[in-house]
Design a protein around this ligand. Structure first.
Ligand code: PEP
Ligand code: MN
Length: 337
């Protein structure tokens, strides 16, 4: 449920209500808007029937949240969530760009990629150390060695890092090396993994499952928020349709739909949707035009030799050109990149 406060509610009144609600064993989330403050309440709300909140000074009205995803919903928190990671803001006016190879392969390759994507305007370095491969015989990632390269390179170059976790048992390891923890499309409904990253203090990048609806994506995010981690970034990365020209069909409409339903930042992965490098720039342009808060793009200095997803990885020079084109589109929609 949501407690809407009067515009003249004082700080003391708000603190008093929060204390009261929490003393009943419920969780709260305070959202300070320009005009008024809203307190979201989560938990077994039946108790509030005997302790009606309308009687507290400062309360204007108490309303139920109708959506099945509560903490994630815009009803619960009308203002956009901005996630701060080591000086990089995700969800603000500036569109944040995450770029790097599909897999972390070699230290020198990662360093070269990081330097190039950073100079083109990316602030977050991506790279997988645990790879979800369709075939057990394909390259599975370097594991901890890869995580070490990622941290070391990012520190050297001055970037924030994002990397995928597949197994809840690896959480302490991934937390030690990475700034943002990625849950891949194939694990979007791995509920034990979601609960575990919900207990983490690191921001989570949650990718939409290739066969999941927007509602299912939001319910998965709810698992993370309801376990205490409110720093969740949602990612549209293409869904399965009957179309075969692309690896997946980028659901561009997911961007404005999610922005309406949720306060969480939404980013787009044009690389895994396209499956071909030539389609990555136009899809990225469409994503920026649709209002995304960020992009995650695969870049490799030598895609021919890449150990995974070579066909869709952009050369650094092409990435740079793409960034130039995105600047104009961002400006047209009132954003920066
Ligand atoms: C990735 O980003 O490395 C990845 C495997 O993407 P997805 O989970 O979207 O397939
Ligand atoms: Mn990939």
């Amino acid at each position: 449920m949501i407690i809407v406060l009067r515009p003249d509610a004082t700080k003391e009144q708000i603190e008093h209500i929060v204390k009261k609600v929490e003393s009943l064993g419920l969780k709260t989330m305070v959202s300070q808007g320009v005009e008024r403050t809203i307190i979201g309440v989560i938990g077994k709300e039946d108790i509030l029937q005997v302790q009606p909140l309308e009687i507290y000074p400062g309360v204007e009205k108490v309303m139920p949240v109708l959506a099945p995803y509560k903490l994630v919903s815009r009803e619960f928190k009308p203002t956009d969530t901005i996630i701060e990671v080591k000086g990089v803001s995700i969800g603000s006016e500036k569109i944040v760009v995450m770029a790097g190879p599909c897999s972390i392969e070699r230290y020198d390759l990662l360093l070269e990629t990081a330097r190039k994507v950073k100079s083109a305007g990316a602030s977050i370095l991506r790279g997988g150390a645990f790879k979800p491969r369709t075939s057990p015989y394909s390259f599975q990632g370097l594991g901890e060695e890869g995580l070490k390269y990622l941290k070391d390179v990012a520190e050297k170059v001055g970037m924030v890092t994002v990397t995928e976790i597949m197994d809840p048992r690896d959480l302490p390891l991934v937390e030690r090396y990475a700034d943002i923890i990625q849950i891949g499309a194939r694990n979007m409904q791995n509920f034990n993994l979601l609960k575990e990253v919900g207990l983490s203090r690191k921001p989570v990048l949650l990718k939409r499952g290739m066969m999941s609806t927007i509602k299912e994506l939001l319910m998965s995010a709810e698992y993370i928020l309801s376990n205490g981690n409110f720093n969740v970034i949602l990612c549209e990365r293409g869904i399965r349709t009957f179309e075969e020209s692309t690896r997946f069909t980028l659901d561009v409409s997911a961007v404005p739909v999610i922005k309406q339903l949720s306060h969480l930042p939404v980013i787009v992965d044009p690389s895994h949707a396209a499956g071909k490098w030539g389609l990555v720039p136009p899809l990225a342009q469409a994503a920026v035009a649709a209002g995304c808060d960020g992009l995650i793009v695969e870049v490799h200095p030598n895609p021919e030799e890449a150990l995974s997803d070579g066909i869709q990885q952009l050369l650094p020079e092409r990435f740079s050109e793409m960034m130039e084109s995105l600047r104009k589109i961002a400006q047209a929609v009132g954003r920066k990149i």
